[in-house]
Design a binder for this molecule. Structure first.
Ligand SMILES: *[C@@H]1O[C@H](CO)[C@@H](O)[C@H](O)[C@H]1NC(C)=O
Ligand SMILES: *[C@@H]1O[C@H](CO)[C@@H](O)[C@H](O)[C@H]1NC(C)=O
Ligand SMILES: *[C@@H]1O[C@H](CO)[C@@H](O)[C@H](O)[C@H]1NC(C)=O
Ligand SMILES: *[C@@H]1O[C@H](CO)[C@@H](O)[C@H](O)[C@H]1NC(C)=O
Ligand SMILES: *[C@@H]1O[C@H](CO)[C@@H](O)[C@H](O)[C@H]1NC(C)=O
Ligand SMILES: *[C@@H]1O[C@H](CO)[C@@H](O)[C@H](O)[C@H]1NC(C)=O
Ligand SMILES: *[C@@H]1O[C@H](CO)[C@@H](O)[C@H](O)[C@H]1NC(C)=O
Ligand SMILES: *[C@@H]1O[C@H](CO)[C@@H](O)[C@H](O)[C@H]1NC(C)=O
Ligand SMILES: *[C@@H]1O[C@H](CO)[C@@H](O)[C@H](O)[C@H]1NC(C)=O
Ligand SMILES: *[C@@H]1O[C@H](CO)[C@@H](O)[C@H](O)[C@H]1NC(C)=O
Ligand SMILES: *[C@@H]1O[C@H](CO)[C@@H](O)[C@H](O)[C@H]1NC(C)=O
Ligand SMILES: *[C@@H]1O[C@H](CO)[C@@H](O)[C@H](O)[C@H]1NC(C)=O
Length: 335
C-alpha cells in the first residue's frame, strides 16, 4: 500500500513546476523525506498480510496508483472488494494508529501534524467506507457529445460489479472525466493537482453548480451531515450549503432533490458496505464552534462559476477543521 506515500508526495511537491507528473519519482521523493524509523513503520503497516493491508485491500489499492490508464475501472474493481469484505476492526485501526504515532513521532512533529489530526482522520474510516460504498441505479453514462474517450468511459461503468447498481464513486468520476475531456489517469491527476495544467484547472472552475444535483452527492451528504450537522450551515456567499444545494437543484430539470441530513438515502442510492461500522448519530451533537479558515470564506455569489470548487473546499475545510471529540472518543479511545 504505497498509496499513502504517493498522496504525501503530491502534497509535499505542490508548488513545484511539473510539466507531467511522474508518480514513481513523486513517491520516491516523498519517501526520502521520512526518517528511517518512520519509513520502517510505514512499510510494516502496509506490508502484505498486515491487518491494515488486509482490511483496506492494499494490493488492489496499489493497482489503482500504479496503473497507466483511467483510474475509474480500477476504482470500481477496488470497491467491489473493499465494500464486500469485512471492515477494519477497531483494534486494527487503534493499533495501526498507535504504531504510526510512535514510529513517526519526530516526522509528524517536523511536518507540524499533531497526533489529534491523525486520530481524527483515522476516526473517519467508518464514514468514509460507507460514503465510498454508496451505489446508484442511475449512474452517469456520458452525454453523447462529450469530447472525452467514450470507449474507456463506457468500460469504466460496466466493468465494476453491477449488483444493485454502479458505485457512486465511479459514476461521479466518470462524470468528472467527461467534463475534463481527458482520462483521469494518476499522472494527469497529479499534474493537475500540482498546478501543471492550467487548461484543466479552468475547465474544473467552469463546471456548473448543477453538477452537484446528483443523487449520489445528496446521498453522501446525508451520511456526512448526520455525523457533522454543522456542515450544512457553512456559508457560501449569502447561502448556507444546504440552502444553496436545495435551491440550485430544485430549479433544475424538474427532479425533486430532497436534502436529508439523517442518513436517509435518495431513491436510487443504496449502501453496499458489508457490516457497516458507522454509528448513527441519534443524539444531539455537542455544539462545537466551527471556524472555517479565512481563505475558504466565500464572498462571491454562490451561483457564479467555480461554485463546485468552492463547495468542495468548504466541505474539506469544515470537516478537517472541526474538532469532533465524540468521534475520536468512540473510535480511538482518546481525547
Ligand atoms: C499491532 O501491530 C503490530 C505491528 O503491525 C503487530 O505486531 C501486533 O501484533 C498488533 N497487535 C494487535 C493486538 O493486533
Ligand atoms: C503522540 O503519540 C505518540 C504515541 O502514542 C507519543 O509517543 C507522543 O508523545 C504523542 N505526541 C504528543 C505531542 O502527544
Ligand atoms: C457534455 O459534453 C459537452 C461537449 O463536450 C461538454 O462541454 C460538457 O461538459 C458535457 N457535460 C457533462 C455533464 O459532462
Ligand atoms: C480511447 O481509450 C482506449 C483505451 O484507453 C484507447 O485504446 C483508444 O485509443 C482511445 N481513443 C481515443 C480516440 O483516444
Ligand atoms: C473495453 O471493453 C472491451 C469489451 O469488453 C474490451 O475489449 C477492451 O479491452 C476494454 N478496454 C479497456 C481499456 O478496458
Ligand atoms: C458482485 O458482488 C456480489 C456481492 O458482493 C458477489 O456475490 C458477486 O460474485 C460479484 N460479482 C462479480 C462479477 O464480481
Ligand atoms: C491538460 O488538460 C486538458 C484537458 O482539460 C488536456 O486535453 C490536455 O492534454 C492536458 N495537458 C497536459 C499537458 O496534460
Ligand atoms: C444551522 O443554522 C440554523 C439557523 O441559524 C440553526 O437553527 C441550526 O441550529 C443550525 N444547525 C447546526 C447543526 O448548527
Ligand atoms: C421545490 O420547488 C417546488 C416548486 O417550486 C416547491 O413546491 C418545493 O417545496 C421545492 N422543494 C424544496 C425542497 O425547496
Ligand atoms: C442489494 O440490495 C438488496 C436490497 O437492498 C440487499 O438485500 C442486498 O444485500 C444487496 N446486495 C448487494 C450485493 O449489495
Ligand atoms: C447578499 O445579500 C445582500 C442583501 O440582501 C445583497 O445586497 C448582496 O448582493 C447579496 N450578495 C450576493 C453575493 O448574493
Ligand atoms: C475502540 O477501541 C478503543 C481502545 O481500545 C476503545 O476505547 C473504544 O471504545 C473502542 N470503540 C469501539 C467503537 O469499540
Amino acid at each position: 500500500m504505497k498509496t499513502t506515500s504517493a498522496v504525501l508526495a503530491a502534497t509535499a511537491l505542490a508548488g513545484s513546476a511539473y510539466a507531467q507528473a511522474n508518480i514513481g519519482s513523486i513517491a520516491q521523493t516523498a519517501l526520502s523525506y521520512l526518517s528511517p524509523t518512520c519509513l520502517q513503520t510505514v512499510i510494516q503497516l502496509s506490508s502484505n498480510g498486515s491487518a491494515l493491508n488486509t482490511c483496506l485491500d492494499g494490493s488492489l489499492l496499489e493497482s489503482i496508483v500504479l496503473g497507466n490508464g483511467s483510474i475509474i475501472a480500477p476504482v470500481g474493481n477496488y470497491l467491489d472488494e473493499f465494500c464486500s469484505s469485512q471492515p477494519c476492526s477497531n483494534e486494527t485501526l487503534t493499533n495501526a494508529t498507535q504504531t504510526l504515532l510512535s514510529g513517526c513521532a519526530s516526522d509528524l512533529t517536523k511536518f507540524g501534524v499533531t497526533n489529534q489530526t491523525i486520530e481524527f482522520v483515522v476516526a473517519q474510516y467508518p464514514l468514509a467506507r460507507d460514503v465510498l460504498c454508496l451505489k446508484t441505479t442511475d449512474p452517469f453514462v456520458g452525454n453523447g457529445t462529450s469530447s472525452s474517450n467514450m470507449t474507456s468511459m463506457m468500460n469504466s461503468t460496466s466493468s465494476s460489479n453491477s449488483t444493485n447498481g454502479t458505485f457512486c464513486a465511479t459514476s461521479l468520476l466518470t462524470e468528472f472525466q467527461s467534463y475534463l475531456g481527458e482520462d483521469l489517469t494518476i499522472s494527469n491527476i497529479a499534474t493537475i493537482a500540482l498546478g501543471g495544467n492550467q487548461t484543466a484547472l479552468d475547465t474544473i472552475k467552469s463546471i456548473p453548480p448543477t453538477a452537484l444535483c446528483d443523487e449520489c452527492v445528496f446521498g453522501a451528504l446525508s451520511l456526512v451531515e448526520e455525523q457533522y450537522p454543522q456542515l450544512g450551515n457553512i456559508t457560501l456567499g449569502n447561502y448556507t450549503l444546504n440552502t444553496f444545494l436545495t435551491g440550485t437543484c430544485n430549479a433544475t430539470n424538474g427532479t425533486e432533490f430532497t436534502l436529508s441530513t439523517n442518513g436517509t438515502l435518495p431513491t436510487n442510492v443504496t449502501e453496499s458496505a458489508v457490516n457497516s461500522t458507522l454509528i448513527p448519530m441519534n443524539f444531539t451533537m455537542p455544539q462545537t464552534n466551527l471556524s472555517i479558515p479565512t481563505q475558504f470564506k466565500m464572498n462571491s455569489s454562490a451561483s457564479s462559476t467555480g461554485a463546485v470548487e468552492s463547495v468542495l473546499s468548504s466541505v474539506v475545510a469544515t470537516a478537517s477543521g472541526s474538532a469532533v471529540t465524540a468521534m475520536k472518543k468512540r473510535w480511538i479511545g482518546q481525547q
